[in-house]
Design a protein around this ligand. Structure first.
Ligand code: NAD
Length: 428
């Protein structure tokens, strides 16, 4: 069997490799020629994907990357994993899906299966994508070609998270579409979870990510409330998590980051309006989570103030640019919000991140593009008035930080268990 995977990013690449390892011939398609060339040369551009894994499937001939979308005609199935961001007004931007649909439609073979994996609102597959595929191909969904939605459950940075072992939810446009999609994923993934429709599958993904956003907001709120009461929320979560049922730990932080949690719930909010529904939990969670950077900056000001210093003119080191531990992904990272807020208040801002040596150009934070990580050296660390821990990477030596940094504001409980001087560490 030969399939195409469109969009070779954090989702599409590991999925392609899993299919290729399972013996399915994969044509990886991307508009980014640099990525295509890198993959065909056996190179990886994602930290947690080993170049040797790419080289292995190139060698056994089950994987090839290309930017020639006309080659979709060679394949029996097309999986789409392109970005689904929010636009400037924080509304869903499904233009990447629509563009992909328009591009592949003229090249779809009769009887082929198209599966959307990008996270999106219910109705994208059987309304929006279906429309462009039918118009561009002259074929009818459920009659001449098959259509399905299957959300991705990638957990970047988690070494125990393997595409093959994560159950895959699949919803089809018709029962026959579902059957085709279940057969396809069954070749590479152990457990398939069929649901009744594309919309149920789309809604499943939004439930999963909204669940995280709301629970993170809850612990963020409790962090502030408990702090006022002189209680450490981290200690409370550790003890609550000993309950063997009915509790799942979530952790506070400096704000939400990544391509999913800060964005996906608002896809649902937007679509709900069409039905006259309001997503109050989502709005409230968003409000609390987006207020976290201000809370952290307030703590930074307090910590500096205790040392008779002001934010204005202070040298501040942001420790961690990636949105979560041990990854090199900085999309929607709250670290950038912290950097902007500090700069606006007159601080001299630098950063250290072992996984992001230089800030790449991006739509949202272009003004930081080209900024380089400082070197991790005692004399460099001693030069800062304050170090603000925004991401807890395992590759960082927090003991050495305690020895060198005059003042630390810790949003991740990274300094727990490390000997520090009184007043040296402030939790935020
Ligand atoms: N990253 C995650 O952990 C994660 C987890 C679950 C779901 N998702 C969802 O999966 C989707 C993809 O996310 P990602 O993190 O892989 O994004 P990404 O930015 O890493 O990758 C997307 C890829 O698509 C390519 N692309 C853009 N437009 C294209 C087009 N018109 N045709 C072909 N290729 C195109 C880009 O060059 C890029 O390589 C999103 O909807 C996201 O919400 C992501």
């Amino acid at each position: 069997m030969k399939i195409a995977v469109v969009g070779l990013g954090y989702v599409g690449l590991p999925l392609s490799l899993q299919f290729a390892r399972a013996g399915v011939e994969v044509l990886g398609l991307d508009v980014d020629q640099q990525k295509v060339d890198a993959l065909n040369a056996g190179e990886s551009y994602i930290k947690h994907i080993a170049a040797s894994d790419i080289a292995a499937v190139l060698k056994n001939g089950t994987f090839k990357a290309s930017s020639d979308f006309a080659r979709v005609i060679e394949t029996e199935a097309v999986i789409i994993a392109v970005p689904t961001p929010l636009n400037k007004n924080r509304e869903p931007d499904i233009s990447f899906i629509i563009e992909t649909g328009k591009t592949i439609a003229p090249h779809m073979a009769k009887g082929c299966l198209v599966v959307l994996e990008s996270t999106t609102y219910p109705g994208t597959t059987d309304e929006d994508l279906k429309g462009v595929l039918e118009t561009g191909s002259g074929m009818k969904a459920g009659v001449d070609f098959h259509l399905a939605f299957s959300p991705e459950r990638e957990d970047p940075g988690n070494p125990d998270s393997k595409v093959e072992l994560i159950p895959k939810v699949v919803g089809g446009y018709t029962p026959e579409c579902l059957k085709k999609a279940v057969d396809l994923y069954g070749r590479a993934i152990r457990t398939i979870v069929p649901v009744s429709s594309c919309r149920a599958a789309e809604a499943t993904k939004l439930l999963e990510n909204t669940f995280r956003a709301v629970n993170i907001a809850l612990v963020n709120e409790l962090k502030v409330v408990y702090e006022a009461m002189g209680i450490d929320v981290w200690e409370v979560i550790e003890s609550a998590k000993t309950k063997p049922f009915g509790f799942m730990p979530f952790y506070p932080g400096p704000g939400l980051g990544g391509h999913c949690i800060p964005i996906d719930p608002f896809y649902l909010t937007w679509k709900a309006r069409e039905y006259g529904q309001h997503t109050r939990f989502i709005e409230l969670a968003g409000e609390i989570n987006t207020s976290m950077p201000e809370f952290v900056i307030h703590k930074v000001a307090e910590a500096l103030n205790a040392r008779r210093k002001s934010v204005n003119g202070s040298k501040v080191l942001i420790l961690g640019i990636a949105y979560k531990a041990n990854v090199d992904d900085d999309r929607e990272s709250p670290s950038y919000v912290l950097m902007d807020l500090l700069k606006k208040r007159g601080a001299e801002v630098s950063y250290y991140d072992p996984h992001i040596p230089v800030i790449r150009p991006s739509r949202e934070h272009s003004h930081w593009a080209g900024t380089k990580s400082v070197e991790w050296k005692p004399e460099v660390l001693r030069g800062f008035d304050l170090v603000l821990i925004s991401t807890q990477h395992e590759a960082v030596d927090y003991r050495e930080l305690a020895e060198c940094a005059e003042c630390i504001v810790d949003t991740r409980n990274a300094m727990a268990g490390i000997k520090t001087a009184p007043g040296q560490v402030w939790k935020a």
